[in-house]
Design a protein around this ligand. Structure first.
Ligand SMILES: Cc1ncc(COP(=O)(O)O)c(C=O)c1O
Length: 364
């Protein structure tokens, strides 16, 4: 089953597969972007051409996600991890508490960073079950002085995902790094959404922050400008030189997703791909075991284990030779992880499911 340009099935957790059409368009533009006589990497971020690129990227992201007018959209450097610090630095004043829901590794990292800046409280922690489940966010008890609650909509390493947007009275902050644009979300349920680009949006180097105006205005004065969302918003994400190329690539991806049915279209394709793999797990008579509880199985990162370490190594080696790359799971979960973000093709999931079936029949 050959893929365009002899590309392999890349199950990497990120950076990861981008749409071939987008890569082709970037290639087309590479040496001379739309008659400007230069590439996007070479042009001034203050030029008319670049202003058009960033404005279109923002407008298309707003359309895709249905971002209400009382939210700002920022394109920032430093990845999602920098937001782990900027958020508490900005919105966790003395005398208030930041509530954290821990469903995996990235939520824990966000918590560790927040602890540096103020009072935190863990309202849910799935550690005892090695992070294989998510709670009902509406049924948890939040601190009476909660400045915000933070959760991770999709835990990339554990493969557990929340299936709906929470309705809470406390301001909700969500790390959507590994499932943004994979399905429709109701942005109005969140005070702040952030995501590194390098899974569903584009190359590494840019993080998107979508922030409600009232939260934005509540930030303190006197932060260093690069860590001040107000300064970034006032400067249209161009307080300093932005990651021009990464934002341009995100813009191409947004147009691509819009062209292919928007977020509802993406969700349908993602669910169909995930179903192929979860069916292979469930149909293996226990040879493969899914890590996540069935009600929170991620449609982006499918995590599963094999009966033992030797079989796992053999499976990963054999699939790699067959052009199924990047299946090794994170050591905290073990086994395999198939990351099947928006641009990952359905055929790749079918090829993996066939390989799983064959392997289980031989070794089970
Ligand atoms: C859910 C989640 N949050 C945060 C991060 C960290 O992102 P970055 O490398 O952009 O800092 C990742 C990276 O994989 C992630 O999956």
């Amino acid at each position: 089953m050959s893929q365009p340009y002899d590309r392999i099935f890349n199950f990497s957790a990120g950076p990861c597969t981008l749409p071939v059409e987008v890569l082709e368009e970037a290639k087309e533009d590479l040496l001379n972007y739309k008659g400007t006589g230069m590439s996007v990497m070479e042009m001034s971020h203050r030029s008319k051409a670049y202003e058009g690129i960033i404005a279109a990227a923002e407008a298309d992201l707003r359309t895709l996600m249905g971002v209400p007018d009382n939210y700002k959209v920022l394109f920032l450097q430093g990845g999602a991890s920098t937001q782990f610090a900027t958020i508490p630095m900005s919105y966790l004043p003395a005398g208030k508490t930041a509530d954290f829901v821990l469903t995996g590794t990235w939520g824990k990292k966000a918590l560790e960073s927040a602890k540096i800046y103020g009072q935190t409280n863990v309202v849910f922690d799935a550690k005892a079950d090695n992070y294989n489940q998510v709670p009902n966010l509406e049924s948890l008890s939040y601190s009476s002085d909660a400045a915000f609650m933070h959760f991770t909509s999709n835990e990339t390493i554990q493969g557990v995902e929340f299936k709906s947007d929470p309705s809470l009275s406390v301001p909700v902050i969500c790390d959507m790094s590994s499932d943004i644009l994979s399905r429709p979300v109701d942005v109005s349920k969140y005070a702040l959404i952030y995501a590194g680009a390098q899974k569903n949006m584009g190359p590494a180097g840019v993080a998107v922050v979508i922030i409600r105006d009232d939260l934005l205005a509540s930030g303190p004065d006197g932060l260093a400008p690069m860590f001040d969302y107000k300064v970034q918003a006032e400067n249209g994400s161009m307080y300093n030189t932005p990651p021009c190329w990464s934002i341009y690539m995100c813009g191409l991806v947004y147009k691509h997703v819009l062209k292919h049915g928007g977020l509802a279209g993406a969700q349908a394709r993602n669910q169909a791909k995930a179903d192929v793999l979860y069916s292979a797990i469930d149909g293996s008579n226990g040879f493969f075991k899914g890590h996540a509880h069935t009600d929170c199985r991620s449609i982006m990162n499918v995590t599963f284990t094999l009966p033992d370490e030797d079989l796992t190594k053999t499976f990963i080696k054999e699939t790699e030779v067959a052009g199924l790359d990047g299946l090794k799971g994170h050591r905290s979960v073990g086994g395999c992880r198939a990351s099947i973000y928006n641009a990952f093709p359905q055929e790749g999931c079918e090829a993996l499911a066939a390989a799983m079936k064959e392997f289980a029949a031989k070794h089970g």
